[in-house]
Design a protein around this ligand. Structure first.
Ligand code: SAH
Length: 256
């Protein structure tokens, strides 16, 4: 659906060098850069994709930020999961409309936003009260308050109250301490997904999975290499993010 920009929503301004800035539009707002000032008013009532000029003549294109762009720019307490990994995690967990997902720790809420945008109902456990607050605020500012989202301030190593969940998604340092709780929280066939920065942690998790009711374990990483494309030169970009995290997933079997 095409909707012009209105006051109160968030816009992304992209300059001629591709740099991106997020702006919360206000009727009397101004966006200041080293290349001049853009009055928010010049954007309001204009369609997405419009070009605006700053006071010094610099051009900006205005678009609504995607989830990936928002995640990389939003306020964060904890490190967020990169968009490339969020996409893969949604697929391995088979997340769709109405999926019931238990997530821990919630951190800045990047994974929560990806799950909710896909239509899942999410319960999050987060030990740090300040992170829980940041996550709730990030989710509300991107998705509004019509989503099914509840963050509880608690330690998942102490147990999980929910049951019959379709998936349990973990982004914390010792996921093996959650396996017994996840066995009780998931429905048979439910999916466990863990995101870990080091392969030592993955080894530990995989050996604990072998001794659990989980099966079909798989570990993967996502390499995302962008390309430089012009008429005269087409080649991979010189820089890429070489390492983020490893994704491990497994399915819960019924009682042995
Ligand atoms: N996936 C999040 C980032 C999570 S960072 C995102 O995409 O934004 C890891 C989080 O796990 C931190 O906020 C930390 O406070 C939390 N955490 C660590 N151990 C935990 C535990 N035992 N129970 C609940 N949360 C925990």
């Amino acid at each position: 659906v095409s909707r012009p920009f209105t006051a109160g929503e968030r816009a992304m301004l992209v300059d001629s060098r591709g740099r991106r800035y997020l702006v919360n539009l206000r009727l009397d707002g101004q966006f200041h850069t080293h290349s001049g000032v853009v009055d928010h008013r010049t954007l309001i009532d204009r369609p997405e994709g419009s070009e605006v000029r700053s006071s010094s003549g610099a051009r900006f294109v205005a678009l609504r930020p995607t989830l990936a762009e928002t995640v990389l720019k939003m306020p964060r307490g904890a490190q967020v999961i990169y968009p490339k990994d969020l996409a893969a995690m949604l697929m391995v967990a088979d997340v769709g409309v109405g999926s019931r997902v238990l997530e821990a720790g919630v951190g800045s809420g990047a994974l929560s936003m990806a799950l909710l945008q896909s239509g899942a109902r999410v319960v999050g456990y987060e030990v740090r009260e300040d992170f829980a607050r940041t996550a709730r605020a990030n989710v509300a500012s991107f998705l509004g308050d019509e989503v099914h989202y509840c963050v509880e301030e608690r330690d998942i190593y102490d147990g999980i109250t929910e049951s019959g969940m379709d998936s349990v998604m973990l982004d914390l340092p010792e996921p093996w301490r959650v396996l017994a709780h996840a066995e009780g929280a998931l429905r048979p066939g439910g999916i466990l997904v863990s995101y870990l920065p080091t392969i030592n942690q993955v080894s530990q998790l995989r050996s604990r999975l072998d001794a659990s009711r989980f099966a079909m374990a798989e570990t993967l990483e996502v390499l995302h290499r962008t390309w430089h494309v012009t008429e005269r030169s087409v080649r991979p970009d010189h820089r890429m993010v070489a390492h983020t995290g490893f994704i491990t997933h497994a399915r819960l079997l019924d009682e042995p």
